[in-house]
Write a protein that binds this ligand. Structure first.
Ligand code: ADP
Ligand code: ADP
Length: 228
């Protein structure tokens, strides 16, 4: 699903955020990305959906070469990738229904298909009965569930979650993890950046640990490995 070889990223201000990343993530894997703030996790994630471009090295995502990719091909790449953020990033003036439908309308589906799929994914995250609410009327956990519904609406092969439980209390975080596990069980590859020692040490998965722009540990069913 993702192959990186000697990937480096230096931002225009001279900060070397990634200093030579080598990684191979297979379809269907669930990967935790851990490491202190500033280690390079967000940069790693942004390279995958081409929010940022690598300075050197090779990146393949879903068999597409991201180094030679033209801008016009980026939307096609992103159709296969769902992204969930710590701060949800919902459109505040749209209803739950509309926030999810919006993701489908850009992919040119019929109104009937859109309606069916929106209700299906809202059902999957347990929010079918809140379709008419706006984000402000929902709890943080519910807002994150809407964001997940939006992210999976187009059946992405890969779901990227950047600290999806970072703003949530422990009980709500476990609910979100349960949904992510179900999505993974259905075959979607998941990469999740997290600072949650509890989650990583309880739901054991592959752990990729980053420090100062490098992968310092890559372990199947690994531990969190930091104090917090
Ligand atoms: P993490 O997600 O692990 O906290 P980041 O990838 O956000 O790490 O950051 C890695 C390094 O790159 C940090 O030193 C950070 O300050 C720097 N950085 C991140 N984004 C930018 C940017 N847009 N411009 C310049 N430096 C950046
Ligand atoms: P059910 O299948 O349980 O009858 P519906 O598909 O009728 O559920 O819709 C469930 C909720 O989603 C209802 O509150 C409904 O009003 C809302 N909803 C359905 N379609 C839309 C839409 N196009 N825009 C806004 N809300 C909608």
């Amino acid at each position: 699903m993702i192959q990186m070889q000697d990937v480096k990223k230096t931002y225009p201000n001279g900060v070397a955020a990634l200093k030579g990343i080598n990684v191979d993530i297979k379809p269907g894997e669930f990967v935790y990305l851990v490491g202190q703030s500033g280690a390079g996790k967000s940069t790693f994630i942004k390279l995958i959906f081409r929010e940022e471009i690598a300075s050197s090295g090779t990146i393949k995502v879903n068999n597409k070469d991201l180094v030679d990719m033209k801008w016009k091909d980026v939307p096609m790449l992103r159709r296969d990738i769902g992204v969930v953020f710590q701060d949800f990033k919902l459109l505040p003036k749209l209803t739950v229904y509309e926030n999810v439908a919006f993701a489908l309308e850009v992919v040119e589906q019929s109104p009937r298909q859109i309606r069916k799929r929106v209700m299906e994914v809202l059902d999957q995250v347990g929010l079918k009965n809140k379709a008419r609410f706006i984000p402000d009327e929902l709890s943080g956990g519910e807002q994150q569930r809407v964001a997940i519904a939006r992210a999976i609406a187009n059946y992405p092969k890969l779901l990227i979650a950047d600290e999806p439980t970072g703003n949530l209390d422990p009980d709500t975080s476990w609910e979100i993890m349960k949904i992510l596990e179900e999505i993974n069980a259905s075959g979607t590859t998941i990469i999740m950046a997290t600072h949650s020692k509890e989650i990583v040490n309880t739901i054991k998965r592959r752990v990729i640990a980053m420090e100062d722009g490098l992968i310092v540990r890559d372990q199947y069913r690994g531990d969190y490995g930091y104090e917090n």
